[in-house]
Design a protein around this ligand. Structure first.
Ligand SMILES: *Cc1c(COP(=O)(O)O)cnc(C)c1O
Length: 469
């Protein structure tokens, strides 16, 4: 394909994308294909000669699209939404056209300086203090890994990278039982070991850890000659929105000089609304905070905001500066590749700029408030049905329920069958979780084009499908 044919195809793709988004509501949300269907439709051998783009595009529609689960569907109520709002898709189109690799300031000064400014905008939007600096990471998992490596290096007096962990007494990291699996993986990758991830039990409606239990665990480790290293808190856990008492837990972390990281990957976006900030009161004491604009803020995947009180600690942990990567003669520049595990970096700040400017903070707040209010209204309706039980109450727009008709036995099996039947029906998409060992069905609303009617349709589908089982 030649570049002088690009514009024709670009227009076709733009038309296709607009039509897709305007009609996606009519498609089943979760892909209705069987395992192997797409694989078998793709030839086993690559073509020797180039093919016409028409043919590739036709196969895209016929082979690929039926195997897509529609994450941009307004009735996608599973997991957490990964919103791709129209302005962020346009920004990504531009980014892929210019395709800069933004590892250093000089490899695209605009990307670095836009990133600094956009992280400043987000800090203001969340009302975080000005002493937090920010960097865009590819994912919350990467940000958490960077934070855990920083904890490790700090606790080891910056010797871990050079000497390894062999002579080191066990490093201990504390979190609740509700944290995301990305915490476990960061602990594995950092060489700290799963056995040294200390799970503090949770309690109450927020399913947060008990700060007294946290302190007791730290003291017990100190008495046993282990090395307390860091505390990881959860604000809006993935399963049911678990949220630790941030203020009291961070005070314990500070008392023992432990580095703290707060995972608010999903719920962090809601903090653009002042009325939800009490959920993380005390957040200014954290060393590291992560949230994903690529979830609830409408910024095309991937875009993860990572705030740091002392970026020097992170840079000291991750920066390697061989001669060929140095930028000489420029003071005060930032090379963001020194702030993350991967060296290469995409220009992710551009889509933040497009989204924040076109919606405005007020437009974004209104969307989140709608999602939360509609979700709570749906919760209230289902709570009034005698054969349904609310398992966990709304945390922002996330809550969970169980179908418990009179006389039914094996409720786990019944609810697993229910969630599968709902997803086979196709009008909505839900996922299950476990709460205190019991299977529960999650509901959350967060898609940018969802309407009140979309959310209320979930009531019809859930009750109809359940009672027809
Ligand atoms: C989604 C999520 C993550 C993982 O985010 P990635 O960006 O996919 O790594 C981590 N923690 C929580 C609470 C999440 O909801």
């Amino acid at each position: 394909m030649k570049w002088n044919e690009f514009s024709d195809w670009g227009k076709k793709v733009a038309d296709w994308a607009q039509d897709y988004h305007l009609t996606v509501r009519d498609r089943p949300v979760r892909a209705q294909t069987e395992p192997g269907e797409v694989l078998n439709a793709l030839p086993a051998h690559p073509p020797e000669q180039g093919e016409a783009l028409e043919d590739v595009f036709r196969d895209f529609e016929q082979i690929v699209m039926p195997g897509i689960t529609h994450w941009q569907h307004p009735r996608f109520f599973a997991y957490f939404n990964a919103n791709a709002s129209a302005p962020s898709v346009l920004a990504e189109f531009l980014t892929s056209a210019i395709a800069p690799q933004c590892m250093l300031w000089q490899t695209s000064p605009a990307a670095t300086e836009m990133e600094t400014r956009m992280m400043g905008w987000l800090r203001t939007a969340l009302d975080l203090p000005e002493n937090f600096a920010g960097v865009i990471q590819d994912s919350a998992s990467s940000a958490t890994l960077a934070a855990v490596l920083t904890m490790r290096e700090k606790a080891m007096n910056w010797q871990g990278n050079s000497q390894g962990l062999f002579a080191q007494k066990p490093l201990r990291i504390y979190c609740s039982a509700e944290v995301h699996t990305s915490i476990d993986r960061a602990i594995w990758v950092a060489g700290i070991g799963q056995d040294n991830l200390v799970r503090i039990p949770v309690h109450g409606d927020w399913r947060g850890m008990d700060p007294d239990a946290l302190e007791i665990a730290i003291q017990a480790d100190l008495e046993s000659g282990l090395q307390p290293t860091g505390v990881i808190l959860c604000v809006g856990g993935t399963s049911v929105g678990a949220t630790d008492p941030v203020d009291r837990c961070l005070k314990v972390a500070q008392k023992y000089g432990l580095y703290s990281h707060v995972d608010a990957a999903w719920a962090g976006s809601a903090m653009i609304c002042p009325e939800y900030r009490h959920y993380w009161a005390g957040i200014e004491q954290a060393d590291s905070i992560v949230f994903n604009p690529h979830k609830w803020l409408g910024v095309q995947f991937d875009c993860c905001a990572h705030f740091l009180k002392t970026p020097d600690d992170l840079v000291r942990t991750l920066a390697i500066s061989p001669e060929f990567l140095k930028t000489h003669g420029k003071d005060g520049i930032i090379n963001y590749s020194e702030w993350s595990v991967p060296l290469g970096r995409r220009f992710r700040a551009l889509k933040l700029w497009f989204v924040i400017r076109t919606y405005g903070l007020e437009g974004l707040r209104q969307r989140l408030r709608n999602h939360i209010n509609w979700s709570v209204a749906l919760h209230d309706r289902l709570a009034a049905e005698p054969d349904f039980r609310i398992v966990t109450p709304p945390m922002w727009s996330l809550w969970s329920f169980r179908y418990e008709p009179e006389g039914a036995d094996d409720l786990d099996d019944l609810n697993l069958r229910l969630v599968n039947a709902i997803n086979d029906d196709g009008r909505i998409y839900l996922t299950q979780t476990r709460v205190d060992g019991d299977l529960a069905i999650r509901f959350q609303a967060g898609q940018f084009e969802t309407t009140e009617a979309d959310v209320m349709m979930a009531y019809d589908v859930i009750t109809e499908v359940a009672r027809g089982l």
